[in-house]
Design a protein around this ligand. Structure first.
Ligand SMILES: [Zn+2]
Length: 125
C-alpha cells in the first residue's frame, strides 16, 4: 500500500453553492463508506449508520466537505431527525444555512482527492 499524504490548509471565502451528495446520508458501520442504493460497495448488505454531510463549493473553486458533527451543529438537527424528514426539506435547510456564508476553515486533503475535509471552523457568518 502506498502511503497517503495528507495536506492541511486554511481557507477563507464564501460558499457559492451546495453540491450533490449533501444532506442525510447512510454509512457502512464497517468501513464508513457512504452507502449507494442501500449497499456498501465492499460489505454489501449492512445495517446503515445515519449521518449528515455537506459538500460545498467556495468562491476560490475548492470543494469543502463538512462532516456530520459540523452539519448537526450548524443545522441544529440530529442525523436521526434529518432522516425522518423528506430529503427535499433537509436540502432546503442546508441551502439556507450554508449558501452565501463567509467562512474561514482549516481543511485537509488526502493524497489525490480533490475534496477538502473540514477539520476546524474558525468563522462562519
Ligand atoms: Zn463497508
Amino acid at each position: 500500500m502506498p502511503q497517503t499524504a495528507e495536506t492541511t490548509q486554511k481557507f477563507e471565502g464564501r460558499i457559492t453553492r451546495v453540491l450533490n451528495g449533501s444532506g442525510a446520508i447512510e454509512r457502512c458501520p464497517e468501513c464508513n463508506r457512504v452507502l449507494v442504493n442501500d449497499h456498501c460497495v465492499v460489505h454489501l448488505d449492512v445495517d446503515p449508520v445515519e449521518d449528515l454531510r455537506v459538500k460545498a463549493e467556495i468562491s476560490s473553486g475548492e470543494t469543502l466537505v463538512f462532516n456530520g458533527d459540523f452539519v448537526q451543529h450548524i443545522l441544529g438537527i440530529s442525523p436521526g431527525d434529518a432522516h425522518a424528514l423528506p430529503e427535499h426539506d433537509i436540502l432546503n435547510v442546508v441551502q439556507e444555512k450554508f449558501t452565501g456564508k463567509e467562512i474561514e476553515v482549516t481543511a485537509s486533503q488526502i493524497s489525490d482527492e480533490d475534496m477538502w475535509y473540514v477539520e476546524e471552523i474558525h468563522n462562519m457568518r
